[in-house]
Design a protein around this ligand. Structure first.
Ligand SMILES: Cc1cc2nc3c(=O)[nH]c(=O)nc-3n(C[C@H](O)[C@H](O)[C@H](O)COP(=O)(O)OP(=O)(O)OC[C@H]3O[C@@H](n4cnc5c(N)ncnc54)[C@H](O)[C@@H]3O)c2cc1C
Length: 1001
């Protein structure tokens, strides 16, 4: 049962009966700590902040901004339960959260210090300064009487005393404000109020005008005054070894999560007193607010407390005079040794940093205002971790200098788990002595991190590059100099590159091949550490998902692949490449007979289609390959699950199996490879007739009892053209309708035009067509369309194939819950296949671009490679594709037009197949091959085909482009005779000669 407390309108003065709500500084659900300002109210005297002295969460209903609320009536509520954003309508809340009013923008409060363990309140005896007076660090501003004695109240911040100040004789609870310090004399509260003993405004007065000769005060790095709260009943921390600390300092240290071991003591004989502890956690709000600000148009929303904390710390970091030093370190040996020793690379790097630091202890020191150095021996390193909500959390791995690696690994595993859900205790994130930030996982080639007050150095680790992994230290020049850091990095390099002495030997550095990717030495895997069910889950078991899962499994990563089909292979195996090419193979055998007679073979010109056998053969290929794939996947220890995967959050996937209950698995990283189904545009009758089978797509064409006698195809892309020719060879009459002026828009111009000319001899192609309606029943369909001129016709056919493209459908993946952004229908990724969520990758058809099986598979390997920590990229300019038409069209790399669009001065040479000896022999003389080269470098950047056997010839082109071969290399290569491959050598020599001749002119 949740406990609720009412936040009531406080009575600021005896005359105050009501107040108006001006702002809410927190929203329902926000965490509230004791002393937080939750709202601002206007009273008859001034605008005041409402400070709440009850920790919990703000809950509604909140009084509306602008509402007038009577003194004592509820403004809102505090609940002790997170997520409890509103109390029930009928609930009567008896308990009240203690509130206090402080003037709006009052400055830094001077709170009643707890000067002894038993002290709960103090009586103001004197004010040693008056509102408006300048205050220096260390000044005594007041004296208070405690249960023990009269003691001085010392502050540790420069500025000016500002009202309201607690009345002399008033009793102020420990932790409550007695007065305020502002950074500028002009901000001192000159309409100050004096608070009476019962916390009410006693009178309003003008503060003393400050002397004109007082120097302008520009506040510099400050620490807060002794702001000590009595919040919580946390037991005091242990006495630090060999050091003295006052009981109160230990208690405050426990509350604030301060590690006493690293603190310098300012008490007698170096005893650590509460003030030292408070100084260790400087409040930076004041620093941030006193810096020059630029007003931007618009209504700013209030920052969350986390955002505020980061903002203040970052602003405070501006006070650090920093410099950067970078060294490239080969972390291959460390990576394998860490793996062999079952410790994470993060822990191994932290230990290496600590070992090197033993020789350069200054790296672990800190500057302390004013003019002090805290010489720390405890290696408590903050290590940045991505939380589940996408933010950064920096948990601290404590005692690295003394703990063995295995113990550190245990600490780290538990710490990371809590860090991801932001459930860290203050001692687990406060007061690091050094910080490590690894953004290598995000692929950055170099970056610097920002140290905040309290540390002298922060280490930024970027992605692995050709020269190794850049380690950049940003150091505080008050503590370190360039040589210190350079020598430290040199030692760190030696420690990391030769881990045998401290970490034990590991295996040889792993090497990864990822399609067009380039890889270097073994790097740090960006798979977030944690106690996941699976370090990586792959959603989708097509070519993209399967290749990714296999590469990861091959490298020892435990991976689960969920696929909503019984066997892997995806569209390619079950509805795409494989079945269509099985049909094409039968169709080829029919078509090839046309050449038999001219070569002297008679009697083969009346081949007969045995549809039942065609289908049997096709299904045999598919099921055999499906079974082979599943067996191989399982053999590689991929955990293959059948079911539909959808995201619950950035580390949880829900799987709905075909049978049984849905369940969830947690994961470190995920790869989305869910493909793209056929897209049917809203043409009247198109979607409506899918169910009957009168209209089919590439997903549903695989159940034909017989080939249609007449086939209407809507769409003249690659799939439409392949299907048109297959069915033509099976004896079907085909009509192809295309909305655009040209079919095969995605194919290189000249190749496409030549292919279209061949095609139009076999089938009817209508371009610029408007499809008005599709109607009928399977076997008796009507395709009503108008041509370019607007003349309407009706084509009677058995079925209509909608070959109108493919479009990713991510609507059921819950991508919004994990921060994965879309680009149109496709998932947005960078060249590493990383989505906008750092731990989620996407590959294949679902990311758009070339929707081809080998593209998906390459991207799958690129994602795997990046997840293994190698810097891999998919390079579309080296990709390729074959259209299984007759003759076959094919491309590798860029066309001249594409190259020119990229600013490359490209040239091409082409040769017709008709001059090739082998082509003449086999009667396959239709088409051409083109070679595209970069004029400046002579590199071959594209090869284009229209030729029979392109599916085999293209491999040579792929090697030329992928291997960045030059025309000279190809010209010199020896190709066997008589084969069509001779054309490559011919083309290279021809182009070289041309370039030579034109260069001479
Ligand atoms: C008729 C036709 C012919 C083709 N011919 C060729 C060709 O000759 N050469 C070529 O390179 N390409 C060809 N393609 C394209 C090729 O099929 C695709 O590019 C390739 O299959 C894409 O692979 P993928 O891994 O991205 O997705 P897919 O192969 O579509 O695999 C995705 C898998 O994920 C599953 N899935 C989807 N959502 C979920 C979920 N939420 N949870 C679990 N599982 C899910 C799907 O069921 C599917 O099994 C052809 C396509 C068609 C339609």
């Amino acid at each position: 049962m949740s406990q609720h407390y009412a936040i009531t309108m406080p009575q600021l003065s005896d005359t105050m009966t009501e107040g108006v709500v001006v702002t809410w500084e927190k929203q329902p659900g926000d965490r509230v700590e004791r002393g937080d300002i939750v709202a601002t109210v206007e009273t008859d005297k001034a605008i005041m902040d409402v400070e709440v002295f009850k920790a919990g969460y703000l809950a509604g209903p909140l009084a509306d901004v602008g509402a007038t609320i009577a003194v004592g009536a509820a403004l809102g509520y505090i609940t002790d339960t997170a997520g409890d954003v509103a109390i029930a309508a009928d609930e009567v809340v008896e308990e009240q959260a203690q509130t206090e009013m402080i003037p709006h923008h009052a400055g830094t409060p001077i709170v009643m210090p707890q000067l002894s363990d038993t002290m709960t309140e103090g009586v103001v005896v004197t004010w040693e300064k008056q509102p408006g007076d300048a205050i220096k660090r260390g000044d005594i501003v007041a004296t208070v009487e405690t249960d023990k004695a009269i003691m001085d109240v010392e502050v540790f911040q420069d500025g000016f005393l500002s009202g309201p100040i607690a009345d002399v004789g008033s009793v102020v609870e420990v932790g409550h404000p007695m007065g305020f310090i502002v950074d500028d004399a002009s901000k001192a509260n000159d309409t100050g109020v004096t608070i009476s003993s019962d916390h009410k405004v006693k009178d309003m007065h003008k503060v003393a005008p400050h002397a004109a000769d007082k120097p302008a005060n520009i506040p510099l790095p400050k620490t807060a005054p002794v702001q000590i709260s009595t919040a919580g009943k946390v037991p005091p921390v242990a006495r630090p070894a060999g050091r003295q600390a006052s009981p109160y300092a230990r208690k405050v240290a426990a509350q604030l999560g301060v590690n006493l071991a690293g603190l310098a003591g300012s008490g007698p004989s170096g005893v650590i007193v509460a003030a030292d502890v408070a100084r260790a956690r400087p409040s930076m709000a004041e620093v941030a607010h006193s810096l020059p600000q630029v007003d931007v148009p618009g209504q700013g929303r209030p920052m969350t407390s986390m955002e505020k904390a980061v903002s203040h710390a970052m602003t405070a970091s501006l006070t650090l005079p920093t410099f950067n030093v970078t060294t490239n370190i080969d972390i291959a040996a460390l990576t394998s040794a860490a793996k062999a020793n079952k410790v994470s690379v993060t822990v191994a790097i932290a230990k290496a940093c600590s070992l090197a630091m033993a020789k350069f202890p200054r790296m672990n020191w800190a500057y302390q205002p004013v003019d002090k150095l805290v010489e720390r021996g405890n290696h408590d390193f903050g290590v940045a971790v991505m939380s589940n909500d996408g933010g950064l959390v920096v948990p601290i791995l404590h005692g690295i200098e003394r703990k063995p690696l295995q113990a550190l690994q245990g600490d780290w595993t538990a710490l990371v788990e809590r860090a991801r859900v932001r459930k860290l205790a203050p001692s687990e994130y406060a007061n690091p002595t050094f910080t490590i930030s690894n953004m290598g996982m995000l692929g950055v080639s170099h970056f610097t991190a920002i140290p905040t007050p309290g540390i002298a150095a922060i280490l930024a680790i970027a992605a692995n590059g050709p020269q190794g992994t850049p380690f950049t230290i940003t150091g505080d020049h008050r503590v370190l100099n360039g040589a210190d850091v350079a020598l430290y990095l040199a030692t760190l390099k030696q420690t990391i590159e030769a881990p045998e002495s401290w970490l034990g030997a590991g295996g040889a550095a792993a090497e990864t091949v990822a399609g067009a990717a380039t890889t270097v030495s073994a790097p740090v895997s960006p798979i977030p550490e944690g106690n996941w069910d699976f370090p990586v889950v792959v959603v989708g078991g097509g070519p993209g998902g399967e290749d990714c899962a296999r590469d990861l499994a091959d490298h020892g990563v435990r991976v689960m692949m969920v696929n909503n089909e019984p066997f892997p292979g995806g569209e390619c195996l079950w509805r795409g490449c494989i079945p269509s090419k099985a049909w094409r193979a039968a169709a080829d055998n029919i078509r090839n007979r046309a050449h038999d007679a001219e070569m002297g073979v008679d009697g083969t010109n009346t081949p007969k289609l045995n549809w039942e056998q065609v289908e049997k053969h096709r299904r045999w290929v598919q099921t055999s390959r499906g079974e082979m794939a599943l067996k191989a996947d399982k053999g590689m220890k991929i955990d293959v699950r059948e079911g539909y995967g959808e995201f619950v959050d950035a580390h949880t996937l829900k799987i709905t199996p075909v049978e049984g209950q849905p369940y969830t698995v947690s994961f470190g990283a995920a790869v989305i490879a869910t493909g793209a189904p056929a897209f049917v545009p809203p043409i009247p009758g198109a979607r409506e007739n899918l169910a009957s089978g009168g209209v089919v797509t590439s997903d549903t064409i695989w159940n034909l009892a017989n080939p249609p006698k007449q086939l209407g195809i809507v769409g003249g892309g690659v799939i439409g053209v392949e299907m048109a020719q297959i069915f033509r060879d099976f004896g079907t009459e085909v009509l192809m309708l295309e909305r655009n002026d040209r079919i095969l828009a995605e194919i290189e111009d000249e190749i496409a035009k030549t292919l279209i000319a061949s095609l139009e001899k076999e089938i009817t192609v209508v371009t610029g067509a408007a499809i008005n309606e599709i109607s009928g029943t399977p076997g008796a369909m009507k395709l009503r369309y108008a041509n370019k001129e607007g003349v309407e016709s009706v084509f009677a056919c058995d079925i209509v194939l909608m070959a109108t493209g493919k479009r990713p459908d991510t609507s059921r993946l819950n991508l919004d819950k994990v921060g994965v952004e879309l680009d149109g229908a496709a998932i947005k990724v960078d060249t590493r296949c990383q989505t906008s969520a750092a731990n989620i990758y996407a590959v294949g058809d679902v990311i758009g671009g070339y929707m081809l099986a080998h593209t998906a598979a390459t991207q799958g390997r690129v994602a795997a490679s990046n997840l293994l920590g190698h810097a891999s990229e998919y390079d579309q300019d080296k990709d390729c594709g074959v259209t299984f038409s007759r003759p076959q069209a094919g491309f590798v790399g860029l066309s001249v037009a594409q190259a020119k669009a990229k600013g490359i001065d490209a040239v091409e040479a082409k040769m017709p197949m008709s001059i090739d000896a082998k082509a003449m022999i086999t009667g396959e003389t239709e088409g051409m091959i083109k070679l595209v080269a970069d004029k400046a470098s002579g590199r071959i950047i594209g090869v284009h085909f229209l030729a029979d056997h392109t599916d085999t010839l293209i491999g040579t082109g792929v090697m030329m482009v992928a291997g960045e071969m030059t025309l000279t290399q190809v010209a010199k290569a020896i190709f066997p005779h008589p084969t069509q491959t001779e054309l490559f050598g011919e083309l290279a020599r021809r182009l070289l000669n041309r370039l030579r001749r034109t260069a001479k002119k």
